[in-house]
Design a protein around this ligand. Structure first.
Ligand code: NAD
Ligand code: LMR
Length: 332
C-alpha cells in the first residue's frame, strides 16, 4: 500500500548542515527507506540563490523517496503542513566565540519562527532545534508556540551522545555499534556532562560495563569528559567551520529514533523539556537519557547518580537557567 509522504522542514537549508542534511532525508536516513518525503527548505533573502541551487541538486539526484521540494524565503510557506521541523537556520559559532555570543542573534529568530510553526505546521509536528544555543532556542520556541505540545519540541544533543560513543570505541578499539547507553546530561555546550556510569560494551564474552573495561577513573573523569565537551570547538579549529556532516547525521538519528523507536535495551540522549526528573528545574530544555516508542520519548528513570555526577548535572542546569535569563534580556 502506498504511504503518504511526510513533509519535513529544514530551516537554514542553504547552509552547510542543510546541504549535508537534505540528501540524507531524501535517501531515507531520517524516516526510513519506505517513507516518501516532501522537503521544505527555508532560508533568508541573501541565501535565496544558493537555496535555488540546493533545490536544483535535489532534483538532479533523482531520489526515489523524494516526492516534492518547496524552497522559499517565506516562513509561512515553509512551515505549511510540515510534520517534522528541523530548525538549523541561524548564525553559527565562529572560532573563539562561546555559544552565549550567538545568543542574541538566534533567540529572536526562534521567537519569530515559533509563531510561523504554531500557525502553519501540522498539529502534531515534531520539532528538533539544531541551531545554537540549541537548548535555549528550543526553550524560546516552546514558550512562544504554546499550542505546540511541549513534548514535541526538542533539541539536538545526539551529536554529543554519538561523540561520546566514538571516544569510548576509539579508546577500547571496539566497534562503535557495540557501545551503548552513554548519557549526555544538560546543555549542548561545554558544561554538558557525558556520563559513562551506565554504559556497556557488547564483547565476545557478554556485556561489560565501560568503567570496568577502561579501568581508568582519572581518564573518564577528565580527558574523556573534556574531549566530548570541547569536540565542537576542536572541529571549528580544524575545519574553520563548525561540524556539519556529523551534525546532519545525528539529526537524522534523533528524528529516526523518536519516530520509529529506540532499539531494545538502548537509550539515547535528547534535549527535552524537564518534568523535574533527576531534580532538574521543570520546563528547562535539558538533555536526558530517553527511550522512544510509538513516536513518544520518555526519560529513563531510576538511574543512580553519584556525588560527582550530581555536581555536573547541577552545573549544566545552572548554565541553562542563566541562558534562559539572558535570552529574555535579549528579547526585551
Ligand atoms: P551556516 O551558516 O552554514 O548555515 C546557517 C543557515 O541559516 C544560512 O544559510 C543562513 O542564511 C540561514 N539563516 C540565518 N537566519 C535564518 C532565518 N532567520 N531563517 C532561516 N534561515 C536562516 O551554519 P551551519 O554550519 O549550517 O550551522 C547551523 C547552526 O547549527 C548553527 O547555529 C550552529 O552553531 C549549529 N550547530 C549545532 C549543532 C548541535 O549539535 N546542536 C552542531 C553543529 C552546528
Ligand atoms: C558542535 O557541537 O559541533 C556545534 O554546536 C558547533 C559549536 O558551536 O560547538
Amino acid at each position: 500500500m502506498a504511504t503518504d509522504p511526510l513533509r519535513v522542514l529544514v530551516t537554514g537549508a542553504a547552509g552547510q548542515i542543510g546541504y549535508a542534511l537534505v540528501p540524507m532525508i531524501a535517501r531515507g536516513a531520517m524516516l526510513g527507506p519506505d517513507q516518501p518525503v516532501i522537503i521544505h527548505m527555508l532560508d533568508i533573502d541573501p541565501a535565496a540563490e544558493a537555496l535555488k541551487g540546493v533545490r536544483m541538486e535535489l532534483i538532479d539526484a533523482a531520489f526515489p523517496l523524494l516526492k516534492g521540494v518547496v524552497a522559499t524565503t517565506d516562513a509561512a510557506e515553509a512551515c505549511t503542513g510540515v510534520n517534522i521541523a528541523v530548525m538549523v537556520g541561524g548564525f553559527p559559532r565562529k572560532e573563539g566565540m562561546e555559544r552565549k555570543d550567538v545568543m542574541s542573534k538566534n533567540v529572536s529568530i526562534y521567537k519569530a519562527q515559533a509563531s510561523a510553526l504554531e500557525k502553519h505546521a501540522a498539529a502534531d509536528c515534531k520539532v528538533l532545534v539544531v541551531a545554537n544555543p540549541a537548548n535555549t532556542n528550543a526553550l524560546i520556541l516552546k514558550e512562544f508556540a504554546p499550542s505546540i505540545p511541549e513534548k514535541n519540541i526538542t533539541c539536538l544533543t545526539r551529536l554529543d551522545h554519538n561523540r561520546a560513543l566514538g571516544q569510548i570505541s576509539e579508546r577500547l578499539n571496539v566497534h562503535v555499534g557495540d557501545v551503548k547507553n552513554v548519557i549526555i546530561w544538560g546543555n549542548h555546550s561545554s558544561t554538558q556532562y557525558p556520563d559513562v556510569n551506565h554504559a556497556t560494551v557488547t564483547t565476545s564474552s557478554g556485556k561489560k560495563p565501560v568503567r570496568e573495561l577502561i579501568n581508568d577513573d582519572n581518564w573518564l573523569k577528565t580527558e574523556f569528559i573534556t574531549t566530548v565537551q570541547q569536540r565542537g570547538a576542536a572541529i571549528i579549529k580544524a575545519r574553520k567551520l563548525s561540524s556539519a556532516l556529523s551534525a546532519a547525521s545525528s539529526a537524522c538519528d534523533h528524528i529516526r529514533d523518536w519516530v520509529l523507536g529506540t532499539p531494545k535495551e538502548r537509550w539515547v540522549s535528547m534535549g527535552v523539556y524537564s518534568d523535574g526528573s533527576y531534580g532538574i528545574q521543570p520546563g528547562l530544555i535539558y538533555s536526558f537519557p530517553v527511550t522512544c516508542e510509538k513516536g513518544e520519548w520518555s526519560i529513563v528513570q531510576g538511574l543512580k547518580i553519584d556525588e560527582f555526577s550530581r555536581a555536573k548535572l547541577d552545573a549544566t542546569a545552572q548554565e541553562l537557567m542563566e541562558e534562559k535569563q539572558l535570552a529574555y534580556l535579549c528579547l526585551n
